[in-house]
Design a protein. Sequence first.
Length: 168
Amino acid sequence: MQLQKIDKARYRNHLNKVIAACVASLTMGSLGISQALIAVFPDADGSHFHWNLLGVMVSVMVIGLVLKKYRNHPFMYEVNYVWELKQALNKVTRKMPKLKKAAQQGDIDAMLAMQFSYSGSKQLWELDDNTITLDDLSIWQAQLDTLAAQYQAQLDLAQYNESTLKKF
């Protein structure tokens, strides 16, 4: 995955609309399905938990299928990009202890993966207005810059490929 420039206002607008549509769909779908099932299959003791649960589960599955079907729609571009970015960053984060150790020993691929993680995290945190941890990120980036200078490494994000994580 390559980092791309994302319009924050458009991303927030589309994300809010997608969330609102999902919440509304879940509410209406689960209530509609469960009420229909209760009307068709009433329970004498008044416990309809299983029908309510089934209504929620069916609604969640339908919402998931709709999101999957329309994930490549132009309206979903920014939302999908952030979703994929979070997944890519998660893969790097799981390998971070090994990456840091390898970077200390001069492994360029490890440094490049760390650079991707730091750059992607910065973009993600700025898009989500999560600026509390940006100070820590600056410290980590400075440490990586020092390592890159020490080993004379050029960390070009265009060279990053997720497949390099397999060796760590």
